[in-house]
Design a protein around this ligand. Structure first.
Ligand SMILES: Nc1ncnc2c1ncn2[C@@H]1O[C@H](COP(=O)(O)OP(=O)(O)O)[C@@H](O)[C@H]1O
Ligand SMILES: [Mg+2]
Length: 496
């Protein structure tokens, strides 16, 4: 089974659950808002229904009072309301008011006693229209009342019951409903957050895997793309699982493509290495025979002699090309270098002196630190780097050019600089200078000194790269090219 990425916390991937603008936050807020709207609507409806019921009960009670004969048909309002049958009894807050053309008499019954209505309250009652249907009226000094107004024989009777109890009951109902609504909203919020976080957790893990894959270097070499979304997040029964499954299929596909690319690259590299290797021997034979025949120069006609000279020079150019290709193919296959303690001061001094012997028309100088610089490098390969740079300085600059080479230690690195005051690197080749077969117009190459293959700097870059170093090339402001090679002083042997 392919390994899967350990379930990282969302934060490790930069994902924020419940962060501003996230899907989880939106889902939780919307669900809570929906529950809140429904809960508020239902509690409002319940409170309204309760109010109707309580009011209905009060009205029924009121009507039954109004139908009884407790009134002072003889106009005697001072008589206390009789408890028990025939009257309203000791109903708390009962309002009785009668008026004829001459006077208005009214009271509110509190416990056993009566409280006379104030003038304002009596006046307010006096303005009410006659109606057997209970109506609500606000009486100054006594509060809200439900009243029935009856009129017969010129006598106007108002019977009322206070709304204070109903209001108190409604207050407790509204308070209870409000508390329950707030509780429901809180529970909905917590539950929604829990559910959403749980449901979206696979997405966060999927993103972790995607982040992991995106940080892999897939551009070259052998790539092990073993990362997969864990099976529990790739269950096709859920939508998120389907995404996980599709992601795993995509990774399978990419892994297959990478393996195919790697196989074909290896094949091509192997072919180049084999071909270069196989070409070495016939080339050596051609050069040998050409050399042998040239020794009998006197017996040959001038045309044949010239042709042999061309065969000799072209076959040696081809030998260089084949050797370079073989070296590059080997370096491509892996960091094919053998590290040992090398006295770089010595190596640089010798290489400059060899270059001076090979290019006496140029002016060579070297700048070495007082202490010998010893680094762990591959002696032959670094020698080759210097040979290539010096060969370029000879080949691509006119006679009389100065070539300064310096060696220095900068932190944990060795810095080798080869600078000349020649015409500089042509702008056209600068962007791809270290790529294979990059070379300027061959007309610029001075014939006779070396043959141009366009592989010299590619080898420099490959060797320096295999050492874990870097090489850069810059042109001077006015003239000259400068090559800077940085190599780590100490490096363990790279593994294939
Ligand atoms: N010191 C230099 N001065 C000017 N141009 C240079 C110098 N070194 C390299 N070049 C340019 O870089 C090109 C690539 O160099 P290289 O890879 O060694 O190939 P080659 O030397 O076989 O042409 C050369 O063709 C040349 O145009
Ligand atoms: Mg070269």
């Amino acid at each position: 089974m392919s390994p899967s990425v350990p379930a990282a916390t969302p934060d490790a991937t930069g994902l924020r659950t419940m962060g501003r603008g996230t899907l989880s936050r939106t889902l939780v807020l919307r669900t809570t808002a929906l529950v809140a709207v429904i809960a508020i609507f239902l509690s409002g409806l319940t409170a309204l229904a309760m109010h109707r019921i309580l009011e209905g009960q009060l009205d029924t009670q009121l009507r039954s009072f109004a139908s009884r004969d407790f009134g002072p048909s003889d106009g005697d309002f001072d008589r206390p309301v009789r408890p028990g049958s025939g009257g309203p009894g000791q109903t708390q807050g009962l309002l009785v008011c009668a008026s004829d053309d001459s006077a208005v008499v009214g009271y509110v019954q509190q416990d056993q006693s009566r409280v006379e209505l104030s003038d304002e309250a009596s006046a307010a009652l006096g303005t009410l229209p006659e109606s057997p249907v209970p109506q609500t009226v606000s009486l100054p000094g006594v509060g809200l009342y439900r009243v029935v107004v009856n009129e017969h024989d010129g006598l106007r009777m108002v019977i009322g019951l206070p709304l204070s109890e109903l209001t108190a009951s409604m207050m407790s109902i509204v308070a209870a409903a409000g508390t329950l609504t707030a509780l429901a909203i809180l529970i909905a919020f917590l539950a929604a957050r829990q559910v959403v976080e749980r449901s979206l957790a696979p997405l966060a893990r999927l993103a972790t895997t995607a982040h992991h894959v995106s940080s892999l270097e897939l551009d070259s070499g052998e790539v092990a793309l073993t990362v997969r979304v864990p099976p529990r997040d790739a269950d096709p029964r859920s939508e998120v699982g389907q995404v996980g499954l599709a992601f795993n299929h995509m990774l399978d596909n990419v892994e297959g493509a990478l393996a195919a690319r790697q196989a074909s690259e290896t094949k091509v590299r192997q072919f180049v290495a084999d071909a270069s290797h196989e070409l070495r021997n016939p080339l050596a034979a051609i050069r040998g025979y050409a050399e042998l025949t040239r020794r009998q120069r006197d017996e040959l006609p001038p045309d044949a002699s010239h042709a042999l000279a061309r065969i000799d020079s072209e076959s040696s150019r081809m030998s260089t090309l084949v050797e370079d290709l073989l070296l590059l193919a080997r370096l491509d296959a892996g960091p094919n270098i053998t590290l040992s303690e090398v006295d770089l001061s010595n190596l640089v001094a010798n290489a400059v002196s060899d270059a001076e012997a090979a290019g006496p028309d140029h002016r060579w100088s070297v700048d070495l630190p007082e202490e010998p610089v010893v680094a762990r490098v591959d002696h032959n390969r670094i020698h080759q780097v210097l040979v290539n740079l010096f060969a370029n300085a000879r080949a691509h600059t006119p006679a009389g050019t100065s070539v300064r080479t310096s060696l220095a230690v900068d932190g944990g690195h060795v810095v080798i600089v080869v600078a000349d005051d020649g015409p500089g690197i042509p702008e056209s080749v600068l962007p791809s200078l270290f790529e294979r077969f990059t070379r300027a117009d061959t007309a610029r190459v001075r014939t006779g000194t070396t043959s141009s293959t366009g592989l010299g700097l590619a080898i420099v870059a490959a060797v320096v790269g295999a050492h874990g170093g870097t090489v850069t090339a810059t042109n001077g402001l006015v003239r000259g090219a400068t090559f800077t090679v940085r190599l780590p002083l100490r490096r363990s042997q790279p593994q294939l």
